[in-house]
Design a protein around this ligand. Structure first.
Ligand SMILES: Nc1ncnc2c1ncn2[C@@H]1O[C@H](COP(=O)(O)OP(=O)(O)OP(=O)(O)O)[C@@H](O)[C@H]1O
Ligand SMILES: [Mg+2]
Length: 228
């Protein structure tokens, strides 16, 4: 089976300037290769600082790799330009550890969930609202949440909202970067169950990043380990 997402010898080096002006290099990522098939869930575990979030940022192309290739459906997207990136970002979405980073505090849930659709501009307001309600239902939340703000919710609910937010563009691939690490254990289980349900319902492909092997094993078909 051809891989949906393939990474070949991916490397990322950051140039860091010291206080005195000298430049040193930080090798954040050193030759990572892996392949994920459609509908598969691949777990990545590794100690803090081994480059997991750097990998995630490269995959959603927040950043460009120094060396190596990222292939989506066999097409190299490592250096895709701005106009192609928009389409790409609708196919690959991310959920971060901290939901605050993806949920704007001044926007209501309805605004947060409909914003990507407004940008795309192909839906009527009524249709957008309906989609937002469907998304809420998918993550086990009520329609009445639409008029509320992120700070009115618990940590687990906020993380469910950021999952709903990531689904607004109907992505094929979700990068989950420690999505449950900031949550209490009981809430973690809830969010993990929602993620496994969603994967089945929407035939999603997951790259699940965590430092917690038990969590990764629960959600993944295969697990890869990253070392320094
Ligand atoms: N923008 C940057 N500039 C310089 N160095 C960076 C940058 N981003 C990451 N690094 C360095 O790259 C290495 C990998 O960082 P990264 O955040 O990817 O690790 P991680 O595996 O996600 O860790 P954690 O488990 O703590 O989230 C670290 O040494 C980090 O300090
Ligand atoms: Mg990280």
């Amino acid at each position: 089976m051809a891989a949906l997402l393939e990474i070949k010898d991916l490397q990322k080096t950051f140039k860091v300037k010291s206080f005195f002006g000298a430049t040193t290099e930080v090798h954040a990522l050193n030759g990572v290769s892996l392949a994920i098939g459609k509908g598969e869930s691949l777990g990545i575990v590794g100690e803090s600082g081994c480059g997991k979030s750097t990998l995630a940022n490269l995959l959603i192309r927040l950043d460009e790799p120094t060396v190596g290739g990222i292939f989506l459906d066999g097409q190299n997207i490592s250096h895709a330009k701005e106009k192609d990136l928009r389409k790409l970002r609708s196919r690959i979405q991310i959920v971060f550890q901290d939901p605050y980073s993806s949920l704007s505090p001044r926007m209501t849930v309805e605004q947060i969930l409909t914003e990507p659709m407004r940008v795309a501009g192909d839906k009527e307001p009524k249709e957008m609202r309906k989609t937002a309600i469907d998304l809420l239902e998918l993550v086990g939340m009520r329609e009445s949440s639409l008029s509320r703000y992120p700070h009115e919710f618990s940590g687990g609910q906020r993380q469910r909202l950021s999952i709903a937010r990531a689904l607004t563009t109907e992505p094929e691939i979700l990068i989950l970067d420690e999505p449950t690490s900031a949550l209490d254990v009981s809430v973690q289980a809830q969010v993990l169950n929602i993620l496994t349900d969603l994967q089945k319902k929407l035939n999603l492909t997951y790259l699940f990043i965590s430092h917690n092997l038990a969590v990764v094993k629960y959600i993944s078909d295969r697990t890869a380990v990253m070392y320094r």
